[in-house]
Design a protein. Structure first.
Length: 363
């Protein structure tokens, strides 16, 4: 049942019942008790002291997880006859990215034909030598030599077959460039009819998975002592203003950039929905080492801001509801540290607070 619509009635029932008269706070017109009926639509939190964790705001950017990046190079020179992938395409491991016509591949195909022919000849020679041995026209040495020649021919054939298998030769001098991993094509430096040389050492495709990405953040020299590996971070982006990505600093690069005088820290984030794109700018809020001081901490939903001041609705020991002004030290994510106005063990409302607050301050 949705009890919220019955709130006015529940508040009326709670007024005065079981509550003794007291001097009222400014703005309060009458006492209101926390009854069983009212508890159906509000929640009560007990205030506890917590270490105050400072927060450091850093500028960051999304980058590829280098552990998931694969660079694709041509193993043989040739002419690009077909392209089957473009930047942004998702490919699976083993998918064909491009096809080349290669003179080097044609040479291997010629060697394969020769190796196959040599195996045929060697097998015929073994059979003939055995027949001659049975007829007394060949010695044991001749048979062993014929068998060794067959072994050598088959080994050469296997060697070339393995080259074909590893390098994805598809016949007729064509060579297939396949993706070594599943992921997105993030770079492509090849076009149709382009002449490629294997000794150039330039990658033709870059493939990267985006299931996990890195966020690299810059730490100014004056803030280096405030960050450490394992620190919790909350990351926001311009693209998704209402979404917070949470993680931890997993690496601190203990070197300063000579120009910017900043040190990099890295955060690994799960990105299964592909929301984070490499190149995005981010705001990285780092929970720093505790300063050692403690303050009451409450949920931000318990606060009411009015007239430039912050208020909470407290529950007294005899279950009366009272409006109390508090001095907020700082707000961090969905929690607030309170400098004054609350103590350990106090109870505050944390649901439908505004409705109760308005009832307590009604004219």
């Amino acid at each position: 049942m949705n009890w919220t619509k019955y709130l006015p009635c529940l508040l009326i029932l709670g007024m005065g019942s079981g509550c003794s008269s007291e001097v009222k706070h400014p703005g309060e017109n009458q006492d209101l008790c926390l009854t069983d009926s009212l508890l159906k639509i509000v929640s009560v939190d007990t205030v506890h002291l917590h270490d105050v964790a400072d927060e450091l705001t850093l500028n960051g950017r999304v980058t590829f997880n280098q552990e998931q990046v694969a660079h694709v190079y041509p193993m043989f020179g040739g002419t690009v006859t077909e392209l089957r992938a473009e930047v942004g395409d998702y490919v699976r491991k083993g998918d064909i990215l491009a096809i080349l016509r290669s003179g080097e591949v044609a040479d291997y195909e010629r060697q394969m034909k020769e190796a196959e022919q040599q195996v045929i000849i060697a097998r015929r020679n073994v059979d003939a030598t055995r027949d001659m041995f049975d007829s007394g026209l060949a010695s044991d040495k001749d048979v062993l030599q014929a068998r060794q020649e067959l072994i050598n021919a088959e080994a050469e054939e296997d060697r070339i077959k393995e080259i074909f298998s590893i390098n994805n030769f598809s016949g007729r001098s064509f060579y297939e460039v396949k993706s070594p991993v599943s992921g997105f094509i993030v770079e492509k430096s090849v076009s149709r009819n382009m002449q490629l040389r294997p000794d150039q050492g330039e990658e033709i495709f870059t493939v990267s998975g985006l299931e996990h990405v890195w966020v690299m953040a810059d730490v100014y020299e004056s803030d280096i002592s405030k960050v450490a590996e394992g620190a919790s971070v909350h990351i926001t982006t311009l693209a998704y203003p209402g979404k917070v990505f949470s993680g931890n600093i997993d690496k601190v690069y203990h070197m300063l950039n000579t120009e910017s005088k900043t040190m990099n820290v890295r955060v690994k984030l799960c990105n299964e929905d592909y929301l984070l794109k490499p190149g995005m700018f981010t705001t990285v809020n780092v929970e720093c080492k505790s300063s050692g001081k403690q303050m009451p901490r409450i949920d931000a939903h318990a606060l009411i801001f009015e007239g430039g001041k912050n208020y909470v609705v407290t529950v007294t020991p005899d279950n009366r509801l009272k409006v109390k002004e508090v001095n907020v030290y700082k707000r961090q994510n969905q929690e607030c540290y309170v400098r004054s106005g609350l103590s350990e063990g106090d109870r505050v409302l944390n649901q439908n607070v505004l409705l109760v607050y308005n009832s307590l301050n009604a004219d």
